[in-house]
Design a protein. Structure first.
Length: 468
């Protein structure tokens, strides 16, 4: 045989072997049951049009109560369910799984210079740095600011009116507070310059990443660009300013790692963006739905009002709330927990498998994304008898079973802003309940889902000052 032909055949065999080994996807047996939905779109539309809760429960019933597969945000997803699923994901962080965020979230929000690897490093920084500055002992100083801003907000946006819409006002308050505490920005026009594009971002960050004119993802890209440009401008101006500020931005600018290296402007921006998104979306949703139930349930409202008035009567004229006051709001926090059990502000979070592993007898391949969710446990009668009943007593004593109540996640990746959200929610409840009675104006208002649940009419209520 001609040597050239022989060498060609040998080369062809080697090439085919390499191709089969490295480029043909590995065939896995016993993948989780489920559906991938439509090409490209996956099951995004099914999930958000039917509501995440119905989507999760329907597929648990159809496929598996432990784990099922789907396709969301352009990725293959294994959805883990139940307390065992929550425990598994929370306990295997950095062992079997690592941080992962959808492109529909990272591309609009994060500075373009940040790669996915850098985002993972950033997540480690968040856990170490943000947990430190958001610890309860470090947040105590924020409580009087929260209270003062809540009072001003109610005087300007509530008191002059007989009827208000709670949801947009809660978003306005939480975002303004975030701008004040994180960036020392108070001017209304400057706050609005940041908040307006955030509306575009949060409505598209969990959509299919199709960047075509008119799509939610396209609007999120445009909004995110405006937010980043404004934040980078604020950061650069702060570096030129010799004035001392006691806010998160100053602490981020002065923070250095073990090698003595400081964060660059883009890294600082990414940290600020993450906190603003959380304070703008999830906390405002939590406040909204706590007030929804207080407006619906007079007996619950009266108990919260009694607790808050005892605190108010113990204060001097004009004296602001402090840490000790917050610790007395035990029943009010139980009410808040029950509200976010029934209508969770956040639906869950993603991880990425860094190796093949099994769960519930099913194989989860390396590279697959995973999702833990609140819906498989929050209304499970095994953990919450009469799950649709509003009962704050569930949170007395030791509270619900481990891994059953997970609005803030769990394990190493538990939301570092949990305590901040608790303080902000309780301070706002104190001010509203101490001043007003609430009456819902749309009895059966529909709730739709974007990145958080949204009342379609904005939760309009009639307000009546106490004593009138």
């Amino acid at each position: 045989m001609d040597p050239f032909i022989l060498y060609s055949l040998a080369f062809g065999v080697v090439y085919i072997c390499i191709y089969l080994i490295f480029f043909i996807p590995k065939q896995y047996k016993n993948l989780p049951p489920g559906s991938s939905g439509w090409p490209i779109l996956g099951e995004n539309m099914d999930m958000f049009y039917s509501s995440p809760e119905k989507f999760i429960h329907g597929r648990m019933k159809k496929y598996s109560s432990q784990v099922f597969k789907t396709s969301l945000v352009g990725e293959k997803i294994a959805v883990f369910c139940g307390t065992s699923g929550n425990k598994f994901l929370f306990s295997n962080e950095n062992k079997l799984l690592t941080t992962w965020w959808p492109q529909s979230l990272t591309k609009p929000l994060m500075c373009p210079t940040q790669s996915q690897n850098t985002l993972r490093e950033l997540a480690l920084l968040n856990r170490e740095f943000l947990r430190e500055i958001l610890k309860p002992e470090n947040l105590k100083q924020f409580i009087p600011f929260m209270d003062s801003m809540a009072r001003d907000h109610l005087n300007q946006e509530w008191l002059p009116f007989k009827e208000v819409k709670i949801y947009p006002l809660a978003k306005k308050y939480t975002f303004s507070l975030g701008c004040k505490l994180f960036l020392s920005i108070e001017d209304f026009r400057h706050v609005k310059k940041l908040s307006d594009p955030f509306v575009l971002v949060t409505s598209g960050i969990f959509s299919v990443p199709i960047n075509l004119p008119g799509t939610p993802y396209n609007r999120a890209i445009k909004g995110g660009k405006m937010v980043r440009e404004e934040l980078l401008r604020v950061i650069r101006e702060r570096k030129k300013n010799e004035e001392n500020f006691n806010d998160l931005l100053s602490r981020l600018m002065s923070f250095s790692d073990e090698n003595g290296e400081f964060m660059n402007d883009e890294e600082i921006c990414n940290n600020i963006v993450g906190l603003l998104v959380a304070s703008y979306d999830t906390t405002s949703a939590a406040i909204t739905f706590v007030l929804k139930y207080l407006a619906e349930l007079p007996i619950i409202f009266n108990e919260v009002h009694r607790e808050q008035m005892e605190i108010a009567k113990s204060k001097g004229r004009g004296e602001l709330l402090n840490w000790d006051d917050i610790q007395k709001m035990k029943y009010s926090w139980n009410v808040a927990c029950e509200a976010i059990r029934l209508i969770p502000p956040a639906q869950g979070a993603f991880r990425e498998a860094i190796t093949d592993f099994t769960f519930g007898g099913f194989t989860i391949p390396k590279g697959w994304k995973t999702l833990w969710n609140v819906y498989s446990t929050h209304k499970n009668p095994k953990y919450f008898p009469e799950p649709e009943k509003f009962d704050p007593c569930r949170f007395e004593g030791s509270g619900p079973a481990p891994y059953s109540f997970v609005p803030f996640g769990g394990g190493p990746r538990m939301c570092p802003g949990k305590e901040y959200a608790r303080l902000e929610t309780l301070v706002f409840i104190h001010n509203v309940v101490s001043n007003f009675k609430l009456e819902k104006l749309v009895p059966h208002e529909k709730i739709i889902y974007q990145s958080s649940p949204v009342p379609v009419n904005g939760l309009p209520v009639r307000i009546q000052p106490h004593g009138n």
